[in-house]
Design a binder for this molecule. Structure first.
Ligand SMILES: *[C@@H]1O[C@H](CO)[C@@H](O)[C@H](O)[C@H]1NC(C)=O
Ligand SMILES: *[C@@H]1O[C@H](CO)[C@@H](O)[C@H](O)[C@H]1NC(C)=O
Ligand SMILES: *[C@@H]1O[C@H](CO)[C@@H](O)[C@H](O)[C@H]1NC(C)=O
Length: 186
């Protein structure tokens, strides 16, 4: 086979495999910008921007050794390109996930993440053992849900850039990760 044909088949196979796609739409999640491109590298940034709901692994693969950021923290997006929203302890925050395609079973959770250490603060705010919910009916609690801002954060999230609410979906079978971060402070 010619190299072009091999590449073409590769593209078709990739397109067929990449069925799970999702991204948080509400609240507005952390997005791209100049720091993102600089720290993650142009190849990764441009690739992931082509499909904001696409899996992180695909970007990591095309970027190779050019990747300089932690792609698995907030999909590589950088706080400096974004702004944080103030929430009150105990505030209920509505989420909407745009589930573009969800044929890939896995698990998901929503957690407050300490951005400096990439660790979860406290217990997950929401978690799903099976995600997406294969039997879901409208309104769907796996894509339209709320989280309650913990009352126990103290000063851990006192300024923008210290914490984010990270929505995380791992499609286990396909080994694909989807993430969206909401920058906040309390
Ligand atoms: C939640 O997601 C994180 C990634 O942020 C993952 O490493 C962790 O295992 C998950 N936690 C639970 C309790 O499922
Ligand atoms: C999945 O969706 C069905 C139908 O809405 C619902 O009854 C069930 O509780 C959901 N499962 C989970 C784990 O939320
Ligand atoms: C948050 O979601 C729960 C269902 O998980 C619902 O019962 C409750 O009314 C919602 N709260 C608000 C303030 O929307």
């Amino acid at each position: 086979m010619t190299a072009t044909l091999v590449r073409f088949i590769g593209l078709v196979v990739t397109a067929a495999v990449v069925l799970g796609h999702a991204v948080v739409k509400v609240p507005t999640p952390r997005g791209a910008g100049a720091y993102y491109t600089q720290r993650c590298g142009k190849t990764f940034a441009e690739y992931l921007e082509k499909d904001k709901a696409g899996p992180i692994e695909n970007g990591v693969e095309v970027a190779g050794s050019e990747l300089k950021c932690n792609a698995f923290l907030c999909r590589g997006y950088q706080y400096e390109d974004n702004t944080a929203t103030e929430y009150k302890p105990g505030q209920v925050v509505d989420f909407h996930v745009d589930l573009v395609a969800g044929h890939h079973p896995g698990y998901a959770n929503v957690s407050v993440v300490d951005l400096a250490t990439n660790t979860i603060i406290g217990a997950p705010l929401r978690s799903w053992d099976d995600y997406p919910n294969a039997t879901a009916t409208t309104p769907r609690s796996d894509i339209d849900f709320n989280v309650t801002i913990p009352t126990t954060l103290g000063t851990a999230c006192s300024t923008g850039g210290k914490c984010a609410i990270q929505w995380y979906w791992y499609a286990s079978k396909n080994k694909q990760t989807y993430e969206s971060c909401v920058d906040f402070y309390v």
